[in-house]
Structures are given as structure tokens and as C-alpha cells.
Write a protein that binds this ligand. Structure first.
Ligand code: PYC
Length: 301
């Protein structure tokens, strides 16, 4: 019998399994390359570690690897029940909390390498975890999609470390909404997105659907369908980044102003962004969203 050492945590209700040892060596090079190698050569390990019966649909796995980017403390490749992610915000919070729980990480600031680029992270004295995500942006605005049973919906495509179809006028109520009805609506929306040939944009996969409702000034609630059929119990870190990119692009949120984003369980991230100029052009801004969250529980195996 082969053994894999792992620690399970959850972030705002969304589970993360940190895979510490016993996973195949993914070699070296940029993490995007190692993620591709994992899927091409070692996918049975991902399925065994994350899928049923040892895992389940909602579980996100985090494979700890040596970093490639200089100055990073460690690298992490996030996987789920159907494949691999670019980044994972709730997962990163779970990884940092788990490493702190194991005594492997002390409070302070550090960088973490991921397949979509390095992420700045901090573990605070009180256990809270803050990270500044990869630059996020809107890829396409003013999308109209006709979804059987839901009618015409308006959306936009955005990148927050994963690709999202954002629907900011959701067809169903999010607060106290039935998660299974929301999931079914998101599955229908994703089918319409794929039928429209929009499973990718600018070479980036659009594999998450995010419904967003504004609850009040600076206060939002979301529901995120992940690739496959799982829905995020937390406010989804990369989905929150995609939302911030949208708010910034529409001039609805100033840099550094905090917003609260809550997920289906009511758990919250506090998020803000700062502007980042790309190259010499002052006209093109890519906001870098940052998030603050905390872990709730851990289980070691
Ligand atoms: O928190 O970024 C996130 C995430 C992505 C998929 C599930 N959670």
C-alpha cells in the first residue's frame, strides 16, 4: 500500500487537502510545466488523492513543490476532482494555515509560486492569512447569453488566476438561495457558454461560473460553480479577484477600498486591489487584488 501524507483544512467552509509527501516527483521547471506533467503522466494520483472514495467533488488538493520563481518560499499546484487549477485563493489560505499548524511556517511575509505566477502572502500573528493575487483583469465585456430556462443573461469574462464568466444580475436569489438550484442554473449557464464557443478567451480557460449580487455599498455575495460540478462554499479567492477586476474596470471601486465578499455559507473575505501599471503604458491597468481570510478547522491524515 502506498501512503500519501496530507492535512485537510477548510477556509470559510471550502475544503483543501494539502498533499505533503508520497506524491510522484513532478520534476523541475516553471510550475505551469509541472502542472502539465502532472496531468499528462500522473493523473491517477490526482484522482486517487482527491476523488471518491478518499475525497469528494468539493475538495481542492494542494501539491506542495519546490518553487521555480526566485524568492518564493515554496510552490503549490492546486488540483480538483476533474483536473488542475491556475490558482486557488481559499486553497492558499488553507495551505498557509496548515503549514503554520504543523510548525513549518512562522508569522511573516513570503511569496508562493503557482502555475499562473507568484503570489505575495502573509501569515499574521492572529492566524489570519492575507495574499495578493496575480494581476487580474476583465477579458471581455458585454456578453449576452441565451440560457434555456433562464432567458437572456448579461455577463463578462474575467481572469483572477482562473477564468470566470461573471453574471452580475443573477437569475436567482443568492442570499438564502437553494444551492442546488443555483448549481443547476450555473451548469446550464456553462453549457450555454461552451455552446457559444467561449470555453477559452485570450488562450485562458473560462471554466468557472460566478453569480454575484450586490447586498449594499461595498458588500457582495457570490456563488461559484467550479470546473466539474462542485460549487465553492467560500467566497472563492480567484472569483473575488475576478469580481474586483470587473468593479475596477467599470469604475465602481477605487483602489485600496475594501469590499466584503461573502460566499454561500455566509463566510467572508475582505478584499481590495491596487493598480499595477503594465510596461510604459499608463492606459492599461491590471489590478492586483488582495484578500484576508482565516482558517476554521484542520484534520490531519
Ligand atoms: O478560492 O480561488 C478559490 C477557488 C477556486 C476554486 C475553488 N476555490
Amino acid at each position: 500500500m502506498h501512503r500519501i501524507a496530507f492535512v485537510d483544512s477548510h477556509t470559510g467552509g471550502e475544503p483543501t487537502r494539502l498533499l505533503l509527501a508520497g506524491f510522484p516527483d513532478l520534476g523541475d521547471g516553471p510550475l505551469a510545466l509541472r502542472r502539465a506533467r502532472l496531468l499528462a503522466e500522473h493523473d491517477a494520483w490526482r484522482r486517487a488523492a482527491i476523488g471518491e472514495p478518499r475525497g469528494h467533488e468539493a475538495l481542492v488538493g494542494a501539491i506542495l513543490v519546490p518553487p521555480h520563481e526566485p524568492g518564493c518560499a515554496f510552490g503549490v499546484i492546486f488540483v480538483n476532482d476533474v483536473g488542475a487549477l491556475g490558482m486557488c485563493g481559499h486553497g492558499l489560505i488553507g495551505v498557509v494555515a496548515s503549514l503554520a499548524h504543523l510548525g513549518r511556517l512562522a508569522p511573516g511575509a513570503f511569496r508562493v509560486d503557482t502555475p499562473v505566477g507568484p503570489v505575495a502572502c502573509a501569515l499574521e500573528q492572529d492566524g489570519a492569512v492575507t495574499f495578493e493575487n496575480v494581476p487580474s483583469r476583465v477579458l471581455r465585456r458585454d456578453l449576452a447569453l441565451t440560457v434555456p430556462g433562464l432567458g437572456e443573461l448579461r455577463g463578462e469574462l474575467a481572469w483572477g488566476g482562473n477564468g470566470f464568466l461573471l453574471i452580475r444580475e443573477p437569475p436567482l436569489k443568492l442570499a438564502d438561495g437553494d444551492p442546488l438550484a443555483l448549481r443547476a442554473a450555473c451548469l446550464a449557464i456553462r453549457e450555454a457558454l461552451l455552446a457559444a464557443g467561449l470555453g477559452a478567451c485570450e488562450g485562458l480557460p473560462i471554466d468557472h461560473v460566478e453569480l454575484v449580487a450586490r447586498l449594499g455599498p461595498g458588500h457582495y455575495r457570490n456563488f461559484v460553480l467550479c470546473p466539474g460540478g462542485a460549487w465553492d462554499r467560500s467566497p472563492c479567492g480567484t472569483g473575488t479577484s475576478a469580481l474586483l477586476a470587473s468593479l475596477a474596470a467599470r469604475g465602481e471601486l477605487e483602489p485600496e477600498r475594501a469590499v466584503i465578499v461573502e460566499g454561500p455559507t455566509g463566510s467572508r473575505f475582505v478584499a481590495r486591489y491596487r493598480r499595477r501599471r503594465r510596461g510604459a503604458s499608463a492606459a492599461h491597468h491590471r489590478p492586483r487584488p488582495s484578500h484576508r481570510g482565516r482558517r476554521a478547522a484542520l484534520r490531519a491524515g
